[in-house]
Design a protein around this ligand. Structure first.
Ligand SMILES: [Zn+2]
Length: 439
């Protein structure tokens, strides 16, 4: 315990949604962990971080990120994606399995983990692929994936196709203590659609996805679970009022996440931002947007995840019909949430932060997401009232595909500590990468 490794974060407003803590005090960090929370009078030589006027909370946790590596390093790499995460205030991200090769067998999981150890700037949880080679038909060996270190299983981007598969996937997850992250989309209703089907799609002359594609898929998932208790199921990127209604009616139902863009934008954004507002599920109507915010307020949706999905400028330049689905989100998520949920008066700050800290940690059983003695010192310090203007050219991510370009948003991410080490200092990434042993 050398004094050299001790840091005190002084005078900030400490918010820990998981424990209910919200007060102005100090945090003492030593040897990578939180040593004490409370007024610090230590006289030993300490590294001091002045957090006066700032919020100090657990580092953000994102359960839904596409890091693209291996296989699509022109869009993003583990290094650039996790640096973007840190810049956005995240200390843990979970990588979706639609890579090539996919994390569908232990050997591939091990190879990706090796890359993560070499290149990651934050903690990375790997989500195992639900099907072999993401072929959508042959379920992978969930037990082997869990034993290889996967934190969950998902069919994101490569949805399961039958009731039997869904049932089998949930049974296996229940047996293994895993959570299945489901992409809820009924393809027979969405195929060929590039945005939400409605007045805006009609005006723009673009093929739309039927509004009920999500709720139909949710009904299929409900049908697939006849086991006792809660299904080991989490609904990814919930986007519709009908989906919210179904989850409210489903007693002992799954958990769910939504993404910042569904809280801030409607399908009208496609008219302005084109393919940079194209993602799947698509942006919906104002009624859907309000229903999602209500669902976060009443706890029907507990988690906010970015679905960070970088693509190259060339790919997105292909226009609404040909461009791939997805937008980046790591570097704007906190600010969009602050704007739409807190500044708007819909949620208290600690309640909004819970959706990005305690709730995702609880979902996957992660040891992060808490400020208490003994917890890993993964911490975010931000200025809630500072405003900044989104300039995609300044992103650390390789992706520039954001519908928030030019928007002025609240919340400046000032400092991020990962296991007690400063990895972002007053908005700037550190010179050296954090140590590999964290992953
Ligand atoms: Zn996704």
């Amino acid at each position: 315990m050398s004094a050299d490794s001790a840091t005190v974060i002084r005078g900030g407003r400490i918010i820990c949604p998981g424990s209910g803590l919200d007060l102005q005090t100090d945090i003492l960090v030593r040897d990578g962990a939180i040593a004490a929370v409370g007024t610090n009078r230590a006289t030993e030589p300490l590294h001091v971080i002045d957090a006066t006027g700032k919020v100090v909370c657990p580092g953000l946790i994102d359960v839904h990120v596409h890091l693209r590596e291996p296989g699509a390093e022109q869009k993003e790499t583990i290094r650039t994606g996790t640096r973007a995460a840190v810049r956005g205030g995240f200390t843990t991200v979970c990588a979706m399995p639609n890579t090539s090769p996919a994390p569908d067998i232990p050997e591939n999981v091990a190879a990706i983990r090796e890359r993560v150890r070499r290149d990651a700037w934050c903690r990375v949880g790997l989500i195992g692929a639900a099907t072999v080679g993401n072929d959508r038909f042959h379920l992978s060996d969930f037990r082997a994936l869990r034993d290889a270190g996967c934190v969950a299983i998902s069919d994101d981007a490569f949805m399961l196709t039958t009731r039997e598969q869904r049932r089998e996937a949930l049974l296996r997850c229940a047996e293994l203590g895993l959570i299945f992250l489901a992409h809820a989309e009924a393809e027979e209703l969405s195929a060929g659609g590039v945005m939400h089907r409605g007045a805006v799609a009609e005006r723009l002359g673009l093929p739309g996805q039927h509004p009920e594609t999500e709720v139909r898929s949710l009904a299929e998932w409900r049908e697939a679970w006849d086991g006792p208790g809660r299904p080991p199921l989490h609904i990814a990127h919930l986007s519709t009022a009908a989906g919210v209604e179904l989850l409210r009616d489903w007693s002992d139902g799954p958990t769910a996440e939504t993404a910042p863009h569904y809280l801030a934008l409607t399908d009208e954004a496609v008219a302005t931002h084109g393919a940079n507002a194209k993602m799947n599920p698509p942006l919906r109507t104002e009624q859907d947007r309000q229903a999602l915010i209500d669902a976060l307020c009443d706890g029907t949706i507990a988690v906010i995840a970015t679905d960070h999905a970088p693509h190259t400028v060339q790919e997105k330049a292909a226009g609404m019909l040909a461009a791939p689905f997805g937008i980046v989100g790591l570097e704007t998520a906190l600010s969009v949430v602050l704007a739409e949920l807190v500044e708007s008066g819909r949620m208290k700050l600690s309640q909004a932060l819970a959706t990005m800290t305690a709730a995702p940690a609880a979902l996957l059983g992660l040891p992060q997401g808490l400020i208490e003695a003994g917890a890993p010192a993964d911490l975010l310090i931000f200025e809630p009232d500072s405003r900044w203007s989104v300039d995609a050219e300044e992103f650390v991510s390789l992706g520039r595909n954001t519908p928030f370009a030019g928007r002025e948003l609240p919340g400046f991410v000032s400092t991020v500590l990962l296991a007690g080490r400063v990895v972002l200092d007053r908005g700037r990434l550190a010179d050296t990468q954090p140590p590999a042993h964290l992953n």
